[in-house]
Write a protein that binds this ligand. Structure first.
Ligand code: SF4
Ligand code: SF4
Length: 149
């Protein structure tokens, strides 16, 4: 729940979804989906941004969001390209995982107790590097009308 209308949506759900309103089959499906999701998600980051700002400029929630998208197999090439474009300086100031200096400030603020610097190292290994930098002009070209807007 990051914005006010998330709270309104959740209250609305609670009003209408009474205990016992789901069938055993529906509950089993929900559990199956949740288990698959948990397996694919690399970092349990909710995007709350309590860890922000990072004094060294890392956009922590966005790094984890893209890392999870990549892990879930959501168009891996595009995810890598957008990581380069949005976080490695393709559209302005860099904010990628490689900027982490392991100061520990964010770790104290994270309600999910995520080992942020360690996870960022994995993000850097998975999504960063020269191969991603090379993709930046290509991705920029692919979305050029949007960039110009
Ligand atoms: S540990 Fe890394 S990501 Fe966290 S605040 Fe320090 S430099 Fe930023
Ligand atoms: S505080 Fe933790 S859960 Fe929230 S955005 Fe930062 S890393 Fe994610």
């Amino acid at each position: 729940m990051n914005v006010e209308n998330h709270i309104a949506e959740n209250l609305n759900t609670c009003e209408n979804a009474l205990p016992g309103s789901m069938t055993p089959d529906e509950l089993a499906t929900v559990e199956k989906v949740a288990a698959t999701y948990r397996k694919l998600i690399k970092v349990g980051c909710t995007g709350c941004a309590y860890c922000m700002p990072c004094p060294f400029g890392v956009n922590i929630p966005q790094c984890f969001s893209m890392y999870n998208d990549y892990s879930m197999g959501l168009n891996r090439m595009m995810t890598r390209g957008f990581y380069g474009l949005q976080l490695m300086g393709g559209m302005g100031t860099p904010a990628d995982a490689s900027l982490c200096r392991n100061c520990g400030k964010c770790v104290k603020a994270c309600p999910q107790k995520i080992a942020i610097p360690d996870e960022l190292k994995k993000v850097k290994r998975t999504l960063g590097g020269l191969s991603t930098k090379i993709m930046i002009p290509l991705i920029r070209l692919m979305i050029s009308p949007k960039v110009k807007e």
